[in-house]
Ligand binder design. Structure first.
Ligand code: C2E
Ligand code: MG
Ligand code: MG
Ligand code: MG
Length: 275
């Protein structure tokens, strides 16, 4: 009868939960060790302007575990839950700084900006601004990427942090735009510099509705003096439509996948884009 069936399903979900918790526990412990051993790498993915010229890159973390590359989606959520993201985030900031510093010594690389991702927990942490202050020497070459979720809880606090980031000279990208729960009003309420249109909307750009949707976002951004970045551009057709709409910056496999730093440097030095 229903009572015993109910009990069985509870046991089943308990087991599932236990497996999940154990898996997370193992990853968490491995992450602590990885931090000690410095087993991370910051991959770089180029960003280009309308003419196809490389103007910047995004830093994307990878965990190198026993010669295997673990993508961020498999450990960033766990790091976020356990608070380890704060240490990882510090590593990312320091690494980003070191990279743009190194790039300053090379004519081909010195004008390439680097944006790095900042998790919601990190954004609200006291230490974040303190750490940003330490790398402000290259504030004009570094940008931060945050998601809409940082705007939902304490709006006043978020506005203050944004103002302080700007006062230090860093630009702000609003990442994954359109995928969260916040409304369009975040664009007029919060002072951001770049809006990154999520890949989901770029995937849909060949359809009439999808095109109109992106066009509306871009026009609204323009009227608010916010620059736009298209994420996940994979084809020339997409690139051409986005150019017609007037998107400012483009990122995606059409140009390159995220690359280890040395490969990124080689890529930049041999790059020609046939429009
Ligand atoms: P994101 O910040 O939105 O980064 C863009 C993701 O889209 C990257 O995945 C990138 O490799 C992928 N991508 C770019 N172009 C294309 C394309 O043309 N096609 C396809 N299919 N994918 C494309 P990745 O590197 O796996 O990163 C996933 C997410 O992990 C990031 O999304 C970001 O939210 C998070 N993440 C990555 N690095 C960091 C980090 O250093 N700190 C924090 N807090 N989060 C990070
Ligand atoms: Mg990003
Ligand atoms: Mg993104
Ligand atoms: Mg995304």
């Amino acid at each position: 009868e229903s009572k015993s069936r109910g009990k069985n399903s509870v046991t089943f979900f308990d087991d599932m939960l236990e497996v999940k918790v154990k898996k997370e526990f193992i990853i968490k412990n491995d992450l602590v060790k990885a931090l000690e051993k410095n087993d991370f790498s910051l991959y770089l993915q180029p960003k280009v302007d309308m003419t196809g010229k490389i103007v910047g890159c995004e830093g994307l973390i990878r965990w190198i575990k026993n010669n295997q590359i673990i993508p961020p989606n498999e450990f960033i959520p766990i790091a976020e839950k356990s608070g380890l993201i704060l240490k990882i985030g510090e590593w990312v900031m320091k690494k980003s700084f070191d990279i743009v510093k190194e790039f300053q010594n090379d004519e081909d690389l010195k004008n390439i900006k680097l944006s790095f991702n900042v998790s919601p927990l990190q954004f609200k942490c006291e230490n974040f601004l303190f750490n940003l202050e330490k790398i402000k020497e290259f504030a004009n070459m570094l940008e931060i990427e945050i998601t809409e979720s940082v705007f939902i809880e304490d709006k006043k606090k978020a506005k203050e942090i944004i103002e302080k980031i700007h006062n230090l000279g860093f630009k702000i990208n609003l990442d994954d735009f359109g995928t969260g729960y916040s409304s369009l009003s975040v664009l007029k309420e919060f002072d951001i510099d770049y809006l990154k249109i999520d890949k989901a909307f770029i995937d849909d750009i060949m359809s009439e509705n999808g095109m109109v949707f992106v066009k509306t976002i871009v026009n609204m951004s323009k009227s608010l003096s916010i620059k736009t970045v298209a994420e996940g551009v994979e084809s020339k057709e997409q690139f051409n439509i986005l150019k017609n709409i007037g998107v400012d910056v483009y990122q995606g496999y059409l140009f390159s996948k995220p690359l280890p730093k040395e490969e990124f440097i080689k890529f930049v030095k041999s790059y020609t884009f046939n429009l």
